[in-house]
Write a protein that binds this ligand. Structure first.
Ligand SMILES: [Zn+2]
Length: 424
C-alpha cells in the first residue's frame, strides 16, 4: 500500500468515525440482555442474497402487489387471527406508557417523556389518553449542538409491531450508554425523538380485540373520530385532499372532513415544524418496502438522488425493496410527505414484514432487519444529504498507535466490490 493511499484512507476513516457517526459498535459493543425476545435471533437471511432479491423486478412487483392487497377495502380479505394469537411482545397503551415511564425514570439524564398531544377521544370524551414522545439525548450536552432525528409508528393501529420496534430501539440506546460506543455517541450528539404510538385511540380498539372485549377489533386501522374514524396518514394538511385519500367516511383511507382534522396529526406536525428534523422514518406494515417521496406523483423531489441513495442504504440493512412511494399506490396527506414537503427533513416510510399482526417470530425478524436501519439514519443525522453518499466504516479498532479499519461503499454499488482495508 502506497504511503499516499494509506494517508488518504486514514483520513477517510477518521472523518467517518468522528464526524459521521461511523458505526463502531463491532469494535466495542457490549450487547445488553434482550428481555422481550423469547427466541434467539438466529440469522434469517443472507445479506448478499437478500440485497439482490430486494432489487429483483419480480420481487418488487410481488411486494407492491402485497402492499396494494393490504390497503384494499377489507385489508386484503386476509383471515383475522384468533384471539389466542396475541403475540407476547405486544404492549397495550397503558403498558407502553409504563415502559416509557420506566425508561425516563431509570435514565433521567438521557431520556425525557413528553406529552405530545391529547387524543381525539380525550378531547371528545374526556378519557385519560395521550400521545407520548420519548426524547433520547444526553442532557449534559447543549441541545444546540445536536442533530435531530425522529421516528414514529402506530398511525395505523393494526400494524402492531412497529411501536415495539421503537421501544426496543430506545431500550438499546439507553442501556448501551457508556457500554456501546455508537449508542453513547448518538446520545451525546443527537436528539432522537420517538413517537411509538401516534394513534392510541385506534390502538385501544386493537388491544380490546385481543381480549374479546366489546368494541374491540384487531383489524382496526384508523382513529376513532365519529362516525367511523379517519385515516391519520391521509389527514396531514400537506397536499390534503388529493389522490389516494378517500372522501368516503367509511373507507379505510378516509382523509377526514378537513386538513389536519385529527389532533394527533396536527400536534405531530407542529412538533416537526418546531424541531426541524434532519431525518425521519414513519413505520408502517406491510410488504417489505423502503418508500421515498412523493406519494402522489412520479415527478422527482429536489432531493431525488439523496432519497434513492438513502433507500438503497436502508435496503442493504433490511433487504426491503427501495421504490418511490407513488409506485406502491398514490397517496396524499401522509405524514412523511408532509414532513419533507413542509420542513425539508429527509423523511421516508418503511413498510415492515408480511402482515399487519406479526407474530413473535416475525417481530424478531422485523427488529433484526430494521434496528440497523434506525441506527444508520441516526448516524447520518448531522448531514444526511451529504453523508448518505459517503463510505461507511464497518470495523475500526484502535490498539496503541495502530488503527485497523475497513471502509466500504457496497450499499451504492453492490456488485462493485468497492472495499478497502487499512492496517497498521
Ligand atoms: Zn400503515
Amino acid at each position: 500500500m502506497s504511503r499516499s493511499f494509506r494517508k488518504c484512507l486514514l483520513s477517510l476513516v477518521l472523518t467517518s468515525c468522528v464526524s459521521d457517526g461511523g458505526d463502531l459498535s463491532q469494535a466495542t459493543q457490549s450487547t445488553p440482555p434482550v428481555k422481550e425476545i423469547k427466541k434467539s435471533l438466529a440469522p434469517v437471511f443472507d445479506p448478499a442474497l437478500t440485497w439482490m432479491t430486494a432489487l429483483d423486478p419480480l420481487i418488487i412487483a410481488q411486494r407492491i402487489a402485497n402492499g396494494r392487497l393490504a390497503e384494499s377495502a377489507e385489508g386484503g380479505g386476509i383471515t383475522k387471527p384468533q384471539l389466542s394469537d396475541r403475540p407476547t411482545y405486544f404492549h397495550t397503551n397503558e403498558e407502553m406508557l409504563a415502559a416509557l415511564q420506566d425508561l425516563a425514570q431509570r435514565y433521567p439524564n438521557l431520556a425525557e417523556l413528553i406529552e405530545l398531544s391529547p387524543t381525539g377521544e380525550k378531547q371528545r370524551d374526556k378519557v385519560d389518553r395521550s400521545v407520548w414522545l420519548l426524547r433520547l439525548s444526553d442532557k449534559s450536552v447543549p441541545a444546540a449542538k445536536k442533530s435531530k432525528a425522529i421516528f414514529w409508528a402506530g398511525e395505523h393501529s393494526r400494524e402492531i409491531v412497529n411501536p415495539e420496534l421503537l421501544l426496543r430501539f430506545a431500550r438499546d440506546m439507553l442501556s448501551g450508554y457508556g457500554l456501546d460506543a455508537t449508542a453513547t455517541m448518538f446520545l451525546q450528539t443527537r436528539q432522537i425523538d420517538l413517537v411509538p404510538i401516534v394513534n392510541p385511540d385506534g390502538h385501544r380498539i386493537v388491544e380490546r380485540g385481543f381480549t374479546d372485549e366489546e368494541d374491540g377489533d384487531t383489524w382496526h386501522r384508523k382513529t376513532t373520530t365519529p362516525p367511523d374514524g379517519v385515516d391519520p396518514n391521509r389527514n396531514h394538511p400537506f397536499k390534503w385532499g388529493g389522490v389516494g385519500a378517500s372522501t368516503s367516511q367509511y373507507a379505510q383511507d378516509y382523509r377526514g372532513p378537513s386538513p389536519g382534522s385529527e389532533v394527533e396529526i396536527m400536534n405531530l406536525r407542529a412538533l416537526t415544524h418546531k424541531e426541524m428534523y434532519a431525518i425521519a422514518i414513519s413505520f408502517h406494515s406491510y410488504s417489505r418496502l423502503n418508500l421515498f417521496p412523493w406519494g402522489d406523483t412520479t415527478d422527482p423531489t429536489p432531493d431525488d438522488a439523496v432519497f434513492r441513495a438513502l433507500a438503497m442504504r436502508y435496503t442493504k440493512f433490511n433487504g426491503y425493496s427501495p421504490i418511490p412511494s407513488v409506485d406502491l399506490y398514490p397517496t396524499t396527506g401522509t405524514t412523511e410527505d408532509g414532513l419533507y414537503g413542509e420542513t425539508g427533513g429527509i423523511a421516508m416510510c418503511i413498510e415492515t414484514g408480511d402482515t399487519f399482526l406479526q407474530d413473535d417470530d416475525a417481530y424478531a425478524e422485523t427488529l433484526q432487519l430494521n434496528l440497523p436501519v434506525i441506527r444508520y439514519a441516526v448516524s447520518i443525522a448531522s448531514d444526511p444529504k451529504s453523508l448518505v453518499f459517503g463510505p461507511e466504516v464497518r470495523v475500526a479498532t484502535l490498539s496503541g498507535q495502530t488503527l485497523d479499519a475497513t471502509a466500504e461503499d457496497m450499499a451504492q454499488r453492490p456488485n462493485s466490490g468497492a472495499r478497502c482495508t487499512l492496517s497498521g
